[in-house]
Design a protein around this ligand. Sequence first.
Ligand code: SF4
Length: 310
Amino acid sequence: MHINQYLNTYGDYLKRRFGQRVQKLSLSGNFTCPNRDGTLGRGGCTFCNISSFSGEGKESLSISEQLAQAPEKRSKIFLAYFQAYTSTYAELQLLKRMYSEALEYPNIVGICVGTRPDCVSDEVLDLLERYQDEGKEVWLELGLQSAIDETLDLINRHHHFSQYADTVNRARSRGIKVCAHLIIGLPGEELIHNLTTLQMVIDEGVDALKLHQLHIVKGSAMAAMYRRGEISVLELDEYAEIAARLIQYTPPEIMYERIGASVQDASLIAPMWSTQRWPCIDKIGEILAEKGGQGTAIGRPYIYDGISRG
Ligand code: SF4
């Protein structure tokens, strides 16, 4: 069983576009985050562990040095992935210098910029659009996590869905591709909330999705809540059922870049099944093989209306 039979993968898209495998190389621009530096808040999102975004000690290295030292180069061409923190949260000239340095590095064919939905100015989008006009592969990766404002407040995101929608519209009107990051298993959420999030994201227009299970990591606010028994995490089977359902409700043209995440360091508190990557992917694949792959669900899902929440 090959999972690519049942969903439209980002990896396959890149192979089609470039005729070979393309690998993303993670970079840290030494950015901070408005939900950490006091602009919006200081505590951060309750699932976020500040050290997990520290860039693995890359902060003192230039972008070129990070690219030169990137481990495990499994392909010959690469996308520069500005991943750590909020990678549009700096002066435009500084962003331009770093993005351009990455794009000028040998064998870098494009750029992926990960950020919060409320931190993307028109000037940054204009810059990304210029790279795209030059033939580079350009992606804006937006951490949405949930489209339900009540959940976003609960996890201390300090933004709402309307800000995500606004940024998506401004990006896609420039032809910039958008990948939305969604978390399954957030406190107070169940399948209906995830389906609602998916439908709202699809309705705004999106090019790719990354799904992952809620992780409780050391140093996060949720770690304390988990220890006090106030929140729980999904079992692997529960996660796989929800992820598969979302995939079935996803139109075939939308790509999946990730359908689950693994954590291989000591920061993970729960769920421990997250230490391994493949059991989760295999389980989702089994469900899709048995019940239908991407786009096979009929109609629109029942949408959360704010009433069913306990
Ligand atoms: S998850 Fe992102 S937006 Fe939230 S506190 Fe961490 S770096 Fe900031």
